[in-house]
Design a protein around this ligand. Structure first.
Ligand code: AMP
Length: 217
């Protein structure tokens, strides 16, 4: 199965992706994670990505498409794309990559959430850099404030999780990524389902699992 997971920043894509990966045996490819790893490597490209991400802007399509095509080519089984595609050009490039391999998309899941809830969710988000575990200061606090439950390492706030950057990212989502949803709805062969991300993570997971189970059969 090849699935695209979409939704504004803070809609819960990361949390839900983990659930889908475990339940359906998919490989999770998050473009944001791939770019953060490049940034952490300290490469020249990583330094360029770092500035773009800190401002809440999108990484240029040619870079995204090349890096994601490479990552996709390394996956042999089911695939869950998270955070990619985010522009029409990326969506078309993805169709081409998968089409050439004879492995088209099966479905697109869109998680929706309203802007104010997103800002509250994201500004409270903290994560552990080495394990990738994500917490929320109010909704999913660690056992001991400020440190990871297992490793005890300090939790950090992503630079692009500050409020002004989030507002910028929401604006970018509306302008550049919402047209991708219309593209899949109007022209694509993949099934499209929208789930309400304002419910509890378990309820959201249940709705998503129902859709994927249908696509699987
Ligand atoms: P995310 O973790 O998905 O919220 O991504 C973090 C940041 O990485 C975004 O704000 C963008 O700057 C960049 N990014 C991630 N995925 C893409 C993409 N598909 N196209 C362009 N930029 C992206």
């Amino acid at each position: 199965m090849r699935i695209v997971l979409m939704g504004p920043p803070g809609a819960g894509k990361g949390t839900q992706a983990k659930m889908l990966v475990e339940r359906f045996g998919l490989e999770h490819l998050s473009s944001g994670d791939i770019f953060r790893a490049e940034k952490a490597s300290g490469s020249e490209l990583g330094q360029r990505l770092s500035g773009i991400m800190a401002r809440g802007e999108l990484v240029p399509d040619d870079i995204v498409v090349e890096m994601m095509a490479k990552a996709i080519a390394a996956v042999s089984g089911g695939l869950l794309l998270d955070g990619f595609p985010r522009t029409l050009a990326q969506a078309k490039a993805l169709d081409e990559t998968l089409g050439q391999a004879g492995l088209p998309l099966d479905g697109v899941v869109i998680i929706t959430a309203d802007d104010d809830a997103i800002v509250e969710r994201i500004t409270g988000r903290r994560s552990c850099e080495s394990t990738g575990r994500i917490y929320h200061v109010k909704y999913m606090p660690p056992k001991v404030e400020g440190v990871d439950d297992e490793t005890g390492e300090p939790l950090v706030q992503r630079e692009d999780d500050k409020e002004d950057v989030i507002r910028q990212r929401l604006d970018t989502y509306k302008k550049q990524t919402e047209p991708v949803i219309a593209y899949y709805r109007d022209g694509g062969t993949a099934a499209v389902v929208e789930v309400d991300g304002m419910r509890s993570p378990d309820e959201v997971a249940e709705s998503m699992a129902r859709a994927l189970t249908t696509w699987q059969s």
